[in-house]
Every structure is written in C-alpha cells, then in structure tokens.
Design a protein around this ligand. Structure first.
Ligand SMILES: Nc1ncnc2c1ncn2[C@@H]1O[C@H](COP(=O)(O)OP(=O)(O)OP(=O)(O)O)[C@@H](O)[C@H]1O
Length: 250
C-alpha cells in the first residue's frame, strides 16, 4: 500500500475541513481527486505528505507511519500554482529542476537506515526531456510562460525517480497538446516503473477518462472507486448542479 489514510479529520480553528476521510492508494494506481473549491483537496494532499497534521486519524506512507517516514525521495510533489512563485526568480530552468535533487536529499540523509536506498537520480536534463523542455534548460525560469513553468516543476518532481507523484492541479493553464503529453508520460511511468500518482483536477470529464480511480471530496469522501462506477447523479449532489463525465476509456 502506498498511501493509507485512516479516519482523517481536520479543522482550521472551529471550521471543519475534512471529516472522517479514509482512503487507500495502491502501487501503480492513478487517483484523481475532484471536488468543488474549498472542499479540502489541497488540505488532504498536504496531510498525506506530512506537511500538515490531521486533527484526528492516521497516515501511512509506504506502510510506515508518517511520523517515522524518512524516504522522501520516494515522493514527488508539485504544489498548486508553483509557477506563481517563479516570477522574477533569476535561476535557470535547469537549476530549478536540480533543486528537486536537494529535496530528495532530505530523505537521503535518513535512508542509510533502510535496506533499500534511493535509486540513482535522473539528471535535470533527463527530467526536462521527459516533459519536453530540455531546449529551454538555460532560460531563467521567470521568463517562461505559466504553462511552461508548470512543466518545469513537474520535471523537478521527477528527478529523484519518485514512486509516488502528488500533483495539485498540474494542468491549470496548460494547452491541450501538453495535457495529452502529460497523460502519456504518466501512463508510461506507471507501466515502466510502477509509478503511483495522485492528482487534483477540476476537469472532471478528462480526468475520469485517464485515472484508474476517482475520489470525490467535499469535506467527506462522497465517492471512491473506478470512474465508470460513478453515477452521474452523484456529481450533481457533490457540486450542486449537473456535471457530465464523458466516455470512459477504462
Ligand atoms: N491557512 C488556512 N487558514 C484557514 N482556512 C484555510 C486555510 N487554508 C485553507 N483554508 C480553508 O480550508 C478549506 C479547504 O481548503 P483547500 O485549499 O483544502 O480546498 P481545495 O479543495 O483544495 O480548494 P480549491 O479547489 O479552491 O483549490 C477552505 O474552506 C479554505 O478556505
């Protein structure tokens, strides 16, 4: 089991944000996390990454309690709108991607204790090639478009060869061809490396054709299962208006 969330509750002050959310993600799974604005999606990702502690409940990563987990190289994270942080930043694309290696090093320090150490990392160039951005390696990150910056941050998350990729709306403002390329890359990494991916998205139609599992959140978990098992009425209940999910490929 890659991720295990057990009866997670979370509140900011007295405002409940997550109520009794239990969810498991298995190796090789591609989980799409959907729900209206403010439904707790980012909070749930932050809790499963140990960036925020739940008020109640239990989180395990790769079978280990999150408090004891140290192999952070196994996890790649692309936060929501990372591009907003890049404006005017003088580092080049390649330098930004290389900082993903430093993030992996966080886990590397403790990994000596574990029998299975980290695999050799990808070079920043290799990671950039995966997202089709190697030709811009020397460009200052602040001089890229928003969509291009998103792709650079995806490359940054891929350098440590993560086994779990956690993506918070990685396709916001990204054109259709690049979205197709992104889904192709995730498909390939799942097939070749057994990658597990969790992705927050607002594009329910597209996401339900691509993911293996869908989780619909609005403070509580309304649905969790294969996208084709989702009844159209369930989404209307979640969002308060009719939502169409298009032809399912799986
Ligand atoms: N730092 C914070 N302090 C107080 N309340 C917060 C904070 N961050 C988020 N919230 C509140 O927690 C709730 C859940 O926020 P969260 O960002 O998890 O939602 P989301 O589903 O990711 O939303 P979106 O789709 O808009 O990105 C919202 O009501 C939000 O206003």
């Amino acid at each position: 089991m890659v991720v295990e969330l057990e009866a997670i509750h979370f509140a900011y002050g007295t405002e409940p944000v997550l109520e009794n959310v239990s969810l498991v993600v298995r190796r090789g799974e591609f989980l799409g996390l959907v729900g209206p604005n403010g439904s707790g999606k980012t909070t749930l990702l932050r809790i499963l990454l140990g960036l925020q502690a739940p008020t109640r409940g239990r989180v395990r990563l790769f079978g280990e309690d999150i408090a004891a987990f140290r192999q952070w190289w196994r996890v790649g994270y692309v936060p929501q709108r990372p591009a907003a942080l890049a404006g005017g930043f003088p580092a080049t694309v390649e330098e930004v991607v290389a900082t993903g290696l430093a993030a992996g090093g966080r886990g590397r320090a403790g990994s000596g204790r574990s029998p299975a150490g980290p695999p050799p990392p990808r070079s920043p160039r290799e990671a950039l090639a995966l997202v089709g951005m190697e030709h811009l390696a020397h460009r200052p990150i602040g001089r890229l478009s928003g969509g291009q910056q998103q792709r650079v941050f995806l490359a940054r998350a891929l350098v440590s060869r993560p086994e779990l990729l956690v993506l918070d709306e990685p396709l916001e403002g990204v054109d259709a061809a690049t979205q197709e390329r992104f889904y192709g890359l995730v498909r390939r990494l799942r097939e070749q490396e057994g990658l597990t991916a969790i992705m927050v998205s607002h594009d329910i139609g597209v996401v339900s054709t691509e993911v293996s599992t869908l989780a619909c959140l609005n403070r509580r978990l309304f649905f969790h299962g294969a996208p084709e098992r989702l009844e159209p009425g369930a989404m209307a209940e979640l969002y308060g208006f009719p939502v169409t999910t298009v032809d399912h490929r799986h």
